[in-house]
Each structure stands twice: as C-alpha cells, then as structure tokens.
Design a protein around this ligand. Structure first.
Ligand code: BTN
Length: 259
C-alpha cells in the first residue's frame, strides 16, 4: 500500500477516550497524522455529551489528529472526510457502502446507525475558528452487535453493525488500513477550494438526508422542511416552504425524519 501521512499509529488495549488522548497530544504539539486506536474505551465520547459504548475487542474505535488549513465555515468538512473514508473502507471490506446521515452518522442498509463521528477542537488553539488542530474520532460497529439481542433496549431498532448489516466478519485492522488510505487524499483535499468542492459533492451524493423531509432541532428552536442540498462548506440546506435555511453541523442538536 502507498504510504500515507498516518504512520504514527498508537494502539491501546484500554484507554478512556482516543479523542481525549489526541486532544492532549495536540496541545503538547503532536503533528498532523497521529492516530490513536483502542480495543476498549472506558469513557468513549459521543455527540451531545453522550457516552459511546462497545464491548472490548469488537468494534473500531479510532481518532486522527488533523491540522487542516480550512476557513472556519468549512470546518465540518474534516468530519466529512473521515465519514467518506469510513464508508469507502466498509464498502471495500464488506461489499456495501454505508450512506451518510447528515451531519455525521454512517447508516446500514436498513437505515440503522453503523458508525458515528465526533470532531473535537480546543477553542484556545483556534481563536477565529480556522486552522488549528482538530481531532476526528469515529466508532464503527464492526462485530458488535453480533445479533439483535446484544443491543441494550435504548439502542434496539436504531443501531447495527457491519456484521449484522452485511453478514461479513470484517477484520478491524484491515478496516483501519482501508480507512486511513481513503482518508489521506481527502485530507489533502481539505486545503484547497477545489478539493473542498469535491468533498462536499461526494457528501451530497452519499447523503441519505438530501431529499428527505426532516425536523431540524437547534438549541433554541426547531423547524421542518425538505433537505435539498449540501453547500460547498458541508452545511445542510433545508427548504422550509417559506425559504431556504442553511444548517451548520456544529449548531445542530438533531436532524430527524419528519412525520
Ligand atoms: C456519535 O455520537 O455518533 C459520535 C461517536 C464517536 C465515537 C468515537 S470512538 C473513537 C473516538 N473516541 C471517542 O471518545 N469518541 C470517538
């Protein structure tokens, strides 16, 4: 395989959170491209302050440290790059490409969540919100849940795994290698306007949210409409019937199918 910027791969049997680890490394000056991967996280972080749980040795729990040169408005594309690379890697290993539910989830063939992405940055490093380090972590449900009965009640009907979704028992190391190989050129793409346009267009093509009627929940309000597009910055465009609104990933609490 051609070499990538991801040569420094730090493996942990158990850690609190690979995102937390790389944020600390970033503060200490670690360069772009450091990867942290764990067999088990004791305090895995999900969106909205939730926990991200998986039994030891079952799923891919990995974070990458990026130092992308990006306008502040386009920062979401760093997460997009990881989501697209993960979708490619799952397709390569299991034969089926997960769709992307804007802003961050990978979905299995039946629409259940297969993976989640969490980007974290230290605001102190990026006073104007641009450049600066960003840690992008992804949890891909590879072998767990293996059967429906594995899921705790709160995840039943909403979560799946590569194994459950495709029947393929994917090797986590192979999946990681595929993810990093697919991510490397996309990190290059973050640095140029043309590259960012290409990334946003890939997102638009794979985004299962575009075309759907959605309810957008923001901290102070919510509204409904048809998701019609993804902008070149990676924002979701929603036609409310009274006009179009552009939704920024960092502001959103939920985007849900509207009944
Ligand atoms: C979500 O809530 O959908 C995002 C989940 C992100 C989980 C991953 S697992 C590896 C990395 N380390 C963490 O603590 N969280 C992310």
């Amino acid at each position: 395989m051609r070499s990538t910027r991801f040569t420094d791969i730090r493996r942990f049997d158990t850690i609190d959170s690979t995102n937390r680890y790389l944020l600390d490394e970033a503060r200490a000056g670690a360069p772009e491209g450091v990867v942290a991967v764990a067999d088990h996280q004791e305090a895995g972080r999900g969106r909205l302050g939730r926990r991200w749980e998986a039994p030891p040795g079952t799923n891919l729990l990995v974070s990458v440290l990026l130092r992308p040169r990006l306008p502040a408005a386009s920062r979401h594309l760093a997460s997009t790059a990881v989501a697209l690379a993960a979708s490619d890697a799952v397709a390569r290993c299991a034969g089926s490409a997960p769709g992307i539910k804007w802003p961050n989830d990978l979905l299995g063939r039946d629409g259940r969540k297969l993976a989640g992405v969490l980007a974290e940055a230290d605001p102190g490093d990026t006073p104007d919100g641009s450049d600066g380090p960003v840690v992008v972590g992804i949890g891909i449900n590879v072998g767990w849940p293996a059967v429906e009965a594995d899921l705790p009640p709160e995840l039943a009907g909403t979560a799946t795994s590569v194994l459950l979704d495709t029947g393929v028992a994917v090797d986590r190391q192979e999946l990681l290698a595929g993810l990093l190989a697919a991510l490397d050129p996309r990190v290059d793409a973050l640095a140029t306007p043309g590259g960012r346009t290409a990334l946003s267009s890939e997102l638009r093509d794979r985004c299962v949210t575009v075309g759907a009627r959605v309810r957008v929940v923001l901290p102070a309000e919510s509204f409904e409409g048809i998701a019609t597009d993804v902008t070149t910055e990676g924002h979701l465009v929603v036609d409310t019937g009274r006009g179009r609104r552009s939704v920024v990933a960092g502001d959103v609490v939920h985007v849900r199918p509207a009944g």
